[in-house]
Write a protein that binds this ligand. Sequence first.
Ligand SMILES: C[S@@+](CC[C@H](N)C(=O)[O-])C[C@H]1O[C@@H](n2cnc3c(N)ncnc32)[C@H](O)[C@@H]1O
Length: 245
Amino acid sequence: MAKLKMPEAEESGFIPTLNQMGFMTSSLDQFSKEFVDYAGKFPLEKSMEIGAAYGVATLEALKKGAQIIANDLEEQHLHILRERVPENLRENLTLLPGSFPEEIDTKVGSLKALLICRVLHFFNEERLNLSLKKIHSWINSGGKVFVVAETPYLKNFSPFIPIFEKRKKEGMELPGFVEDVMEVDPIRGRSLPKQMMVFDKDVLSSLFKNVGFVVEKCEEFARPEFPKDLQLDGRESVGLIARKP
Ligand SMILES: C[S@@+](CC[C@H](N)C(=O)[O-])C[C@H]1O[C@@H](n2cnc3c(N)ncnc32)[C@H](O)[C@@H]1O
């Protein structure tokens, strides 16, 4: 079989996925960097990345000495990822293709760290709840979860901001559910799934607290590397680090 190649990066550094699930970034945000450093400190324990794409974070974590189980919905992403890993580190990489959360499993309490970066905003309420339960059960006591997701504070989501803020004020647990992305952004919506879920720091931290995590850090952050038509006010993404007691 001919070897698959990672697509060329766009000018912004975004690398398109093979399954129209957005892009992989070519550099690491601060939360993914913390995952890499943390997982690397525990070379005898397994960590996992969900939605790893071509491995921007997994690759760095392996270089730091981590053992990584890399998951993605698109199996071809994982084959490309494996080819990118230096041969001497491949024994520390396990590929786990499949749709999280319903298609994949691992042993309860078997992970030291788990990264899910720019994936949760593709989920509806049902999948989100199952994801939280599985993440909590897989991580061992003392282990950590690292999360990055999109907020409504992206320029192309501007029409949705008042709806999000109104729902939040009314006490809705998940104010960020977008029923039809095309109604919010008819241009970029074409390369995104129909439904999405965006979060801010209050919404994201409550979800992880409610399932039993201790939130160590949760904040919105700027994305100067995102294309200009997405940048709004420095709150484009939200990240979380939480510990299982
Ligand atoms: C926007 S990309 C993010 C890639 C990388 N984590 C990053 O931060 O640049 C989303 C990735 O998650 C994968 N993905 C989406 N839904 C998934 C699911 N339910 N289970 C596993 N992977 C999923 C996609 O195939 C894609 O590779």
